[in-house]
Design a protein around this ligand. Structure first.
Ligand SMILES: *[C@@H]1O[C@H](CO)[C@@H](O)[C@H](O)[C@H]1NC(C)=O
Ligand SMILES: *[C@@H]1O[C@H](CO)[C@@H](O)[C@H](O)[C@H]1NC(C)=O
Ligand SMILES: *[C@@H]1O[C@H](CO)[C@@H](O)[C@H](O)[C@H]1NC(C)=O
Ligand SMILES: *[C@@H]1O[C@H](CO)[C@@H](O)[C@H](O)[C@H]1NC(C)=O
Length: 424
């Protein structure tokens, strides 16, 4: 009895001592840790000493220099490479070359950059947009790394050389990989490297019939909401009823009056009128009579308007898990809405879809898959933002209104909330 007891006792002492020693050691290490930032005291070799040039404050803003083929910047490129890979770590690949072409003209920070995705068959459309908008454009271009790659690069080169407005106004960021249709990742690339405070997320096929940049100046209250990051500003989208009428943008209406007259003749209607969930929340019947900006009150989780938002970090990024057709843009706008950002519609501005004749396969499998994914995703986002808002003391503020309204539609969500309250 006695011997085994003393063995247990010794064992206890041993464990206690080693625990104490280990803990002490860890604390000591932590206390020493800051030194590793300034010197090379660590002999272990696990934490490499940093050279004085190597600065942890490296930001993606510094990316522009990496296009210089300048060896002095090589190291910069490597650390930025890691940042990019983390930035797009949920994407299926992340081979990004920002500022492959860099616009010569710089714009004030308060300006609005059109943030868009462009495929090879839309290069000419992008070029037209550059000449029409004459403002900052940030375009993400995906290039499939295969035998056609050189051909695509030559085309791009041609289109840039051929139009000085492309050179003046358009930043082009390349995504070179074999993953097609990672739309949300491409959207994020275009946004990330936009060089102004505000971006307009636009499909390049849409023609800007008016100039939202100047219109916005007429509504200082709305501008203020945008500046505070509380508003996403919707520019209503339309299309021609007969697709052939939408081929030549020179014929498009340029005023709301003309547009309404075309609407009365049933020549033009809301975009995707056969699928009202996509744009219906804009409330077109309200818009026709509106003279002031108004707030979207009948939000739908399939709503996918074209919006101007603040670029800053409080605006959620597009979820990159959505690859391929279906739900990708809606998911992007859902998270923006849930985060507490309100949708406000501009009363005089509008976009019209330009008809194009590119072969467009129906990808119903992708749509089906993404629809399912979107259902899971909405639930996840509701829980994530609810926790975040509770933790940050925002739950009882108006910031949580959108979430409370929308997430209550998810079955079981209120139960989850109750559990959250008892565990935190
Ligand atoms: C394209 O892919 C090949 C291998 O398939 C690779 O060696 C090459 O570096 C890639 N090019 C780019 C620009 O990513
Ligand atoms: C070059 O631009 C002109 C008009 O400025 C256009 O007619 C022509 O098709 C363009 N060429 C290419 C290769 O894009
Ligand atoms: C929004 O979605 C609901 C179903 O959740 C539907 O009943 C309603 O008509 C939709 N509203 C619009 C404007 O499409
Ligand atoms: C849309 O606007 C009309 C006209 O202002 C209004 O009567 C209607 O209630 C609105 N619809 C929704 C769903 O808010």
């Amino acid at each position: 009895m006695a011997p085994s007891k003393s063995i247990k006792y010794l064992l206890f002492i041993y464990i206690a001592t080693s625990l104490f020693y280990a803990t002490f050691h860890v604390i000591q290490l932590n206390q020493n840790a800051p030194n590793t930032h300034t010197g090379s005291q660590h002999k272990s070799g696990r934490i490499a000493p940093r050279s004085t040039e190597d600065d942890y404050t490296t930001t993606l803003e510094q990316f522009p220099i990496m296009v210089d083929d300048n060896l002095a910047h090589r190291q910069q490129y490597d650390s930025d490479d890691v940042l990019v890979s983390k930035a797009f770590s949920t994407a299926m690949s992340n081979e990004v070359q920002p500022y492959y072409y860099r616009a010569k003209h710089t714009f004030p920070a308060e300006d609005i950059t059109i943030s868009t995705l462009v495929t090879q068959n839309r290069f000419a459309v992008l070029s037209r947009l550059a000449s029409h908008y004459r403002g900052p454009i940030s375009a993400a271009i995906h290039v499939t790394n295969d035998t056609h790659m050189q051909n695509v690069m030559d085309d791009l080169d041609q289109i840039v050389k051929n139009n000085t407005d492309m050179q003046q106004f358009v930043d082009i960021h390349l995504i070179v990989d074999k993953q097609d249709r990672q739309f949300n990742m491409w959207r994020n690339v275009a946004r990330m490297f936009a060089r102004t405070e505000y971006i307009m997320m636009l499909d390049v096929d849409f023609h800007l019939c008016t100039d939202p940049r100047t219109s916005l100046e007429k509504y200082p209250d709305l501008k203020q909401r945008l500046r505070e990051g509380n508003a996403a500003i919707v520019v209503p989208a339309f299309e021609f009823v007969n697709q052939e009428d939408g081929e030549d943008w020179h014929q498009f209406p340029t005023t709301k009056k003309e547009l309404i007259s075309s609407k009365h003749d049933d020549k033009i209607d809301m975009f995707h009128r056969t699928w009202t969930r996509g744009h219906g929340s804009t409330n077109y019947s309200h818009w026709y009579d509106a003279t002031q900006p108004y707030k979207v009150t009948d939000y739908n989780y399939s709503y996918e308007p074209y919006v101007i938002v603040r670029k800053h970090k409080e605006t959620p990024w597009c979820p990159e898990r959505f690859v391929g057709y279906g739900a990708n843009k809606a998911a992007c706008l859902y998270e923006i809405y849930l985060s507490g950002i309100e949708y406000w519609v501009l009363p005089q501005d509008f976009l019209i879809h330009q008809t194009h004749h590119y072969p467009e396969e129906t990808r119903s499998k992708e749509r089906q898959y993404n629809r399912k994914l979107y259902t899971f995703y909405r639930e996840e986002i509701c829980v994530r933002y609810a926790r975040k808002m509770k933790a940050n003391g925002e739950w009882d503020t108006s910031k949580a209104d959108n979430l409370k309204k929308e997430c209550s539609k998810i079955s079981g969500f209120s139960k989850t909330l109750d559990k959250m309250d008892t565990t935190t």
